[in-house]
Design a binder for this molecule. Structure first.
Ligand SMILES: *Cc1c(COP(=O)(O)O)cnc(C)c1O
Length: 388
């Protein structure tokens, strides 16, 4: 693989202290040394197939498509993966890198708890110690996932600094990484953070787009017209987008969470409303938390920054970014459940809503692929409690 400097146009980079820079360089070397190695790739493929259950199906949602009466809608079923979402693709890849580097311990940040669960799962599988940093507020909000991580053998450390949510959890994990990098691997959960993380996460999540491309060529004998995915940090979206980037006829659309409305104080649409700033050691469109109270009905989408590669695609016009609000996402959640018997994650429901709206405006010979990033089991309490 050609060595990459970590900049997607003016975005990305590694704006970190020297102590962390050294640790990131070690990680970068580890990645380049193994990513094209046949043994490494075989081992990864083995776990993707036998542990995660890949490949995930590309399912023609015929009921939904007929109900809407426009374009054909396909769903890439990442919800069927072990642990219920795309996050395990990246956790396994980075876990194998940790193994190759003889690290004994995995640490990670988590917001909603989904990435914490994926990391704790991989730590159990590879017999490693595991510490998950989680904002104290999130620990309370996401009780079931905290319990899952503990059952899997992880230590969950509540972080009380600042707003006590995801941002502070990342800071704590980076701190631990610098201090203990001799035996510890920081398994970062989205296509964000300082270089080389956005590159590494994209590499492991690209399995989604590679499969989807092969599958649509098999089923339709042509490429799709649109590929749509929700964007939190941007890992499931970059994973399905990246193998299509060179195919100019394929429109790529990322869907950000508009929360209570894009013009209110309560959303997490970083690309739509952010300014170019440095957050967690990389440059991206970032929300000013003095003006916006980062919020989405989908806990997995409320991050004030966004992956640098998405910022770049936005600026060069290769991908388009739109937003869908809480109410619309919940409407899509119920619609897909009733029409297809598939209960989607509320995060994924953002992409589904936009895909449905778009399909309605298109003729029947157009093809849309929506990335169904996860299943909705984790959201049932929230849905029940709020009667939403
Ligand atoms: C975490 C999560 C997301 C958001 O993360 P990205 O890095 O933007 O993909 C989306 N969907 C599900 C199901 C998640 O768990």
């Amino acid at each position: 693989m050609k060595k990459f400097d970590g900049y997607f146009g003016k975005f990305g980079g590694a704006y970190v202290p020297d102590s962390l820079k050294k640790v990131l360089e070690e990680l970068e070397n580890n990645f380049y040394n193994h990513i094209e190695d046949e043994d490494f790739q075989n081992e990864l493929a083995y776990y993707y197939k036998n542990y995660v259950g890949r490949e995930s199906p590309l399912y023609y949602a015929e009921n939904l498509s007929k109900y809407i009466g426009g374009a054909k809608i396909y769903l890439k079923r990442e919800d069927l993966n072990h642990t219920g979402a795309h996050k395990i693709n990246n956790a396994l890849g980075q876990g194998l890198l940790a193994k190759r580097a003889n690290k004994k311990k995995l640490i990670a940040e988590t917001g909603a708890g989904q990435h914490g669960v994926a990391t704790a799962t991989v730590a159990a599988l590879f017999n490693m110690d595991c510490t998950i940093y989680m904002g104290a507020v999130d620990v309370k909000r996401q009780e079931a996932n905290v319990f899952r991580m503990k059952i899997l053998g992880a230590d969950v450390v509540p972080v009380h600094d600042g707003n006590a949510t995801l941002k502070e959890a990342v800071d704590k994990a980076l701190e631990d990484f610098v201090l203990n990098s001799n035996d510890t691997f920081y398994l970062l959960g989205s296509a964000v953070g300082p270089h080389p993380y956005p590159l590494i996460v994209r590499e492991f999540q690209s399995i989604i787009g590679k499969e989807a491309k092969r599958q649509i060529l098999e089923q339709e004998e042509r490429l799709p017209d649109y590929v749509i995915a929700c964007v939190g940090g941007g890992s499931n979206a970059i994973g399905i987008f990246h193998p299509f980037v060179e195919d100019k006829e394929v429109n790529l659309i990322g869907v950000e969470p508009a929360g209570k409305g894009i013009d209110t104080k309560y959303h997490a649409a970083s690309i739509a409303k952010g300014e170019v700033e440095i957050i967690h050691g990389f440059k991206c469109y970032t929300l000013d938390e003095k003006q916006v109270k980062v919020h989405s009905v989908a806990a997995g989408l409320d991050y004030p920054g966004v992956g640098p590669e998405h910022c770049y695609y936005k600026d060069m016009g290769r991908a388009k970014y739109v937003s869908v609000n809480d109410k619309e996402a919940l409407e899509a959640f119920h619609k897909l459940s009733k029409l297809e018997g598939i209960i989607p994650a509320i995060e994924s429901s953002h992409a589904i809503y936009y895909g449905m709206e778009l399909a309605a405006t298109l003729p029947k010979d157009k093809i849309i692929i929506i990335n169904l990033s996860g299943r909705g089991d984790k959201d049932l309490n929230q849905i029940m409690e709020n009667r939403i």
